[in-house]
Design a protein around this ligand. Structure first.
Ligand code: GLN
Length: 496
């Protein structure tokens, strides 16, 4: 097989291995060769597991490993614990951390026969929207390497878009799967809070964090989600119910799909006209397919960013207290007088700027006298945002809106202005705040010599994954965006 024929989509790879058009070892080697060639530019991976990947693949070829992902090369965000290699969270704090166990999703993927290529770059502790806040350097967008891939799962999104894996796992606290998926032209899904166990995911904001898939196609997304879901007693928020087979249900179009269009989303400031135009066209496409548009209102949307940037830092300040150089993480080599100095020097050396900013904001907002004014008030806003969605989903099956207000921005463009970086999350945070599900899929490209992908977001009610996947699949079947590839990669001509 020539490199051009090596599949870059998950289901095609699974099929090729299952029918022995390619061996799992050959597929792994071909993918590793692409990484060797292109990752020095893209920088999607923090670390590779070459030997281990080839061993896992050889076991598939020997028939000793089977399952729905047998032989499929997968990349893992570097905040998922693995009992091999390092789990760094792209932080100096955990640069040498070797987790003693595999995260629940890593175990599930392993049991499904997946081949792990390595760990992907992220904004430090998943705090950011560009993957520039990484102690190991920024990841580049495969469509234009002068631009960011989005974040915080930028390494995972870029790895998929650059053909460096057939699917990747990310985490999403305020948009970190969907926004990089949008900026890299791939599909990314944030599951409902409670659908996927976070056991072994390094916690950022525990009431918001979820793990989910990044892939080229909606079918690949459903196939990967099928493996991630399921009960786990080690995460008490994980629901104790078997999940449906998302892939089996995928090709049933939804008759009379009711799509909510929120006036607050379309009127939002800062939305790039190219994004608005592409999303408007997608809405028309849905209408042409028989969907009914429903005007809805999500009146508290405007407070989403403010509430998120109180709640998430509060939880982070608590979750990150364990990195003190004693319990976990980097310890200063400096001579110290007492334990307090040991803690403070270790933390000052180990954490990057953005993480420190969040810890300070969170500690302040939780402190006596400010708790009610900030944290409690943010929780009240959270309830109102949730009520907005509850009411909206009484009238529609899914809500349609942009994923990101802009296409990929230039590296360095927003690093000195945290507020402008936070605004990248305008359309994604309310989904986490309300605990519902959301998917991003490509819906167009900008013009020009280096076209940039534009992402469409579909939000669904809690445990409405099947609905948003089927609705996304309807759109994908009617369009060709998912077949485009960045320059230098072979384009996908047939159904992928
Ligand atoms: N960009 C958001 C933040 O910086 C969301 C991050 C995430 O979802 N992990 O917090």
């Amino acid at each position: 097989m020539t490199d051009m024929n090596v599949p870059d989509t998950l289901l095609a790879a699974r099929e090729a291995v299952a029918t022995k058009q390619i061996s799992a070892v050959e597929l792994t080697r071909a993918t590793l060769a692409r990484i060797e060639k292109n990752d020095p530019t893209i920088k999607a991976f923090n670390s590779l597991a070459v030997e281990r990947a080839l061993q896992q693949a050889a076991l598939v070829d020997d028939g000793q490993r089977t399952g729905p992902l047998a032989g499929v090369p997968i990349a893992l965000k570097d905040n998922l614990c693995t009992n091999w290699g390092t789990t760094t969270c792209s932080s100096k704090m955990l640069a040498n951390f070797r987790a003693p166990y595999d995260a629940h999703v890593v175990q599930k993927l392993e049991q499904a026969g997946a081949v792990f290529l390595g760990k992907t770059n992220l904004d430090e502790f998943a705090m950011g929207s560009s993957t520039e806040n990484s102690a190991f350097g920024a990841t580049r967008n495969p469509w234009d390497t002068a631009r960011v891939p989005g974040g915080s799962s930028g390494g995972s999104a870029a790895a998929v878009a650059a053909g460096l894996c057939c699917g990747a796992i990310g985490s999403d606290t305020g948009g970190s799967i969907r926004q990089p998926a949008a900026l890299c032209g791939v599909v990314g899904l944030k599951p409902t809070y409670g659908l996927v166990s976070r056991w072994g995911l390094v916690a950022f904001a525990s009431s918001l964090d979820q793990i989910g898939p990044l892939t080229w196609t909606v079918s690949d997304c459903a196939a990967l989600l099928n493996v991630l879901v399921g009960p786990d007693r080690r995460d008490s928020t994980c629901i104790d119910q078997p999940a449906p087979d998302y892939l089996a249900q995928l090709n049933q179009p939804i008759k009379g799909l009711r799509l909510g269009v929120a006036k607050e989303f379309s009127a939002a400031q800062g939305i790039d006209p190219r994004v608005q135009a592409a999303v408007n066209q997608a809405i028309q496409q849905y209408q042409a397919m028989g969907a009914e548009l429903v005007d809805i209102s999500l009146p508290h949307t405007d407070y989403g960013i403010a509430a998120y940037y109180v709640i998430a830092p509060c939880e982070a300040s608590s979750n990150l207290a364990r990195y003190d150089g004693v319990h976990f993480g980097h310890r200063t080599a400096h001579a110290v007088d007492d334990i307090v100095e040991l803690f403070s020097r270790s933390r000052a050396e180990g954490f990057g700027e953005e993480v420190k900013r969040r810890i300070m904001i969170g500690t302040y907002a939780l402190s006596s006298g400010y708790y009610d004014a900030y944290y409690n008030r943010a929780l009240k806003v959270r309830r109102l945002i949730k009520q907005d969605f509850d009411q909206a989903f009484g009238r529609c099956d899914a809500i349609i809106c942009p994923t990101s207000p802009t296409p990929a921005f230039a590296i360095g463009e927003r690093t000195s202005d945290p507020l402008s970086m936070y605004l990248a999350d305008t359309f994604t945070v309310t989904c986490n705040i309300a605990g519902i599900c959301g998917i991003s899929l490509p819906c167009g490209f900008t013009d020009g010599p280096r076209p940039l992908p534009i992402g469409l977001q579909l939000l669904g009610p809690a445990f409405g994954e099947s609905t948003i996947l089927r609705a996304a699949r309807m759109y994908e079947q009617a369009t060709d965006w998912h077949r485009r590839r960045p320059a230098g990669q072979s384009q996908v001509a047939r159904e992928g």
